[in-house]
Design a binder for this molecule. Structure first.
Ligand SMILES: [Zn+2]
Length: 246
C-alpha cells in the first residue's frame, strides 16, 4: 500500500505485538521468549534455573536488561496504540509477547502479557506478584517480596514453563471477538504465542500485518511494510476526534 496513507480501522481491535514494537524505544529485537535476554550467547534462562540456590545467578542474567528497561520510555508505536484507545475511541486489547511493560507505561489499559513482565516479580513460596519498584533488594541481588518477605523470581515465562492460562484464554477471547487484528513487529516464529494468530482464530477479522521485513504468516493479511513507529501512526479510528477538540 502507498506509503503514508491513512488506514481507518474499526473495533474491537487486538494488537498482537512482538519485539519489533519496542525497537523505537531502543530495545533490541531478539528471537526467543519476548526478546528478554541480555546475552544471547548464553543458554536462555530455563525453568530449572528457578531454585532458591539459583536465584542470584538468575537475577544476574536479568540485571543488565532491567537497568536498561528502567532507562527506556515508550516508543511512538506504544503511544499510537494507546492513542487509538484514548483519543480515537476504539475498544483496544493489546496482546504482547514483550516483557518490557511499555504498553502499560504508554497508557494502554487492557494489556495481556503472554510472557509476563520484567516490571514485576513473584515470590517463590506464595506467588505474590509485586511491582519491581516496590521490592527491596538483598545483597546478592535477589528481590524480596513486599508482602511476605520471601525471595522472588522474575514474573516472566522462562523456557520450559507454560504461558499463564488466564492470560492465554483472555487473549484467545479478545481475538475471537475482534473486528480488526493487527500483528506488529513479530517474527511469527515464537511458539506457542503465534498459535493465537493462526487462520482459524483470525480469519473472521480484518487482518493487518505491520513489519518492515517479515511477511505475514499466511494469505489474508494486509501487509504494511514499515516500522511499527511509522505504520501505527497512520491508523485511525472511525470516529477520530480532531486533536484541537481536546
Ligand atoms: Zn510473598
Amino acid at each position: 500500500m502507498t506509503s503514508g496513507e491513512t488506514v481507518t480501522i474499526t473495533g474491537p481491535v487486538v494488537f498482537f505485538t512482538g519485539a519489533g514494537a519496542s525497537v523505537g524505544a531502543g530495545l533490541p529485537t531478539y528471537r526467543g521468549t519476548g526478546g528478554m535476554y541480555e546475552d544471547t550467547t548464553l543458554e536462555p534462562p530455563h525453568a530449572r534455573d528457578v531454585t532458591l540456590k539459583g536465584l542470584p545467578a538468575l537475577w544476574a542474567r536479568f540485571g543488565p536488561r532491567l537497568r536498561r528497561a528502567e532507562a527506556v520510555t515508550p516508543a511512538a508505536a506504544h503511544q499510537s496504540i494507546a492513542a487509538l484507545e484514548h483519543d480515537h475511541g476504539l475498544d483496544v486489547t493489546v496482546v504482547t509477547q514483550n516483557v518490557d511493560g511499555l504498553h502499560t507505561a504508554a497508557g494502554s489499559t487492557s494489556v495481556l502479557e503472554l510472557h509476563g513482565s520484567l516490571q514485576r516479580v513473584r515470590c517463590m513460596e506464595s506467588n505474590h506478584t509485586s511491582a519491581l519498584v516496590d521490592v527491596t533488594w538483598r545483597n546478592d541481588g535477589v528481590p524480596l517480596c513486599p508482602t511476605c518477605g520471601d525471595v522472588c523470581r522474575p514474573d516472566v515465562v522462562l523456557f520450559g514453563e507454560s504461558l499463564p492460562a488466564g492470560t492465554w484464554d483472555g487473549a484467545a477471547a479478545a481475538i475471537r471477538d475482534a473486528a480488526t487484528i493487527v500483528g506488529v513487529g513479530t517474527s511469527a516464529q515464537v511458539y506457542p504465542a503465534v498459535l493465537l494468530i493462526v487462520d482459524h482464530r483470525t480469519e473472521h477479522a480484518r487482518r493487518i500485518w505491520i513489519n518492515p521485513e517479515t511477511p505475514p504468516p499466511t494469505d489474508g493479511w494486509q501487509w504494511i511494510m514499515a516500522t511499527a513507529d511509522e505504520a501505527l501512526a497512520r491508523l485511525r479510528g472511525p470516529s477520530t476526534r480532531s486533536t484541537t477538540d481536546e
